[in-house]
Write a protein that binds this ligand. Sequence first.
Ligand code: GLN
Length: 262
Amino acid sequence: PPVDGNGIHLPRDLPPLRILFLYPDFLNVYGDRGNLTALVQRARWRGLPTTVTEASVGTPVDATHFDLVLVAGGQDRAQQAVAEDFRRSKGPSLIEAVEAGCPVLAICGGYQLMGHFYRTAEGTEMKGLGLFDAWTEAGGRRMIGNVAVRAELGDARPLLVGFENHSGRTTLGARARPLGRVLYGYGNNGSDGTEGARYRNAIGTYLHGSLLPKNPTLADWLLQAAVDRRYGQGIRLPPLDDTVEHQAREAMLRKLLGPPLL
Ligand code: GLN
């Protein structure tokens, strides 16, 4: 069996990490499903089994029974189709799970619905979960392009790369903390330099990509939080050889930022 980051053999018959992917039929743009693939594969490489449950509008699901939750991005119309179900049906147990340490990755449209509200350019307002003290209003100009972000994940401060395309401008309230600082691109609103939000182990971000295959440090941060939740503290994920992933990431960062910032 694989040896964990403490040099201890992982127990053989660990129960699977339970991953929940919400609204895959509505929220899934720019290859956001690749985040799920990356998590499952990075767990498998460590000999950790996973189960994946997909749940959409009308399917009741208790998020407290999961160890990691994904909500991806989508266009305004797709967000409208899921917003009520998200807030009323999935929201309460998702909030409970986050309060108990469950990691969540919410991208773009999904991120917007984790704040207080999202108001579209037509003035339609969708209420969100209020898990992040943040709100989003559509502006005239879409924010499109590659992004580089200095994230703050406890001791780790990885440089993340991704791709954004949104008209929503997100403002963080006093109780919210950003995922990181924009070094290239727009991030939350194109003006205050913040990108994304983090509350406990829940992360909201505008970065598509797919994000996690490109940013293994973030993928493992989420996976480690899932491992802690499932098996209790003490099992450290064994490191993987991410040479190729880091080369790809660094090539992109060099293009966006130039050599001195790297
Ligand atoms: N509809 C939202 C916006 O344009 C989110 C778009 C997305 O998820 N890419 O702001």
